[in-house]
Write a protein of this length. Sequence first.
Length: 306
Amino acid sequence: MIDRIFRFFFTLILSSLVLSSCSPAPQTQPAHASLKILAIESFLADIAQHVSGDRAAIDTLIPAGSEPHAYQPTPQDVARIAESDVLIINGAHLEEWLDKTLENAGGQRLVIEASAGLTSRQPSPNEIIDPDHIGDPHFWLDPNHGIHYVENIRDGLSQADPAGAAVYARNAETYISQLKELDGWIQAQVSQIPEKNRQLVTNHESFGYFADRYGFTILGTIIPSTSSAASPSARQMAALIDHIRASGARAIFLETNSSPELAEQIAQETGVQVVSGLYTHATSQSAPGYIEMLKHNVTLIVQALK
């Protein structure tokens, strides 16, 4: 009788141990969940999330599919900025509306300018650009500049949350290694394109840093401006058509949410193909992170030009 009782309790205890080992671990909150961190663009939020890891949750201000150059903040956006402790921006005149929005939001917060310290590229003599060109803010399309973004965000988060500095440093080092691998991957992909075909015509001035890094020539842009909110003149359109005909360019590359009408008009005049769907300012379902965004673009460019 005693043996049966002993065996019963032994089995009960053993079963409890097995069940507890199979149960999922409880969800843990970020170690510094009280810190409200807001990134203007989704690609910045992804970079910052890799740096913060579980230490903090990064929210995005601009909705997916919206373009940051001419974005019109809502009253809810202003309120979210007002409530933030840390605001991560690209800078370099990308968010042209931000100064007024910050004034309306009021309050105090740490603003991390991801592109701080980078020098704007000088367009080549062959590029057809806006005479009022004030610099290209699209540094992040070269992942080597993305590494600089990681370092600035790491330092900013460490300033806002000194107790997490070691975590941010460790995560940043891991992510920088991934971006270096990405740079090598892009070089290998681009090597499939004959050098004579490495010519880019894009919707607006956004791929200059990418072109400089990977050996492309920017022939021109439909909108000769770093802001997609600008409009080309008839004279600029005619000059671009002549330039494409003379160069033998093979494609016009459009970003998501770009109007295709002008590109299609140029394609009819020149016989080049229109390649749409590049992600430059935001992540998406098909390219949910910064690295995936750049890989998506490279794949489309290589397929069209090799």
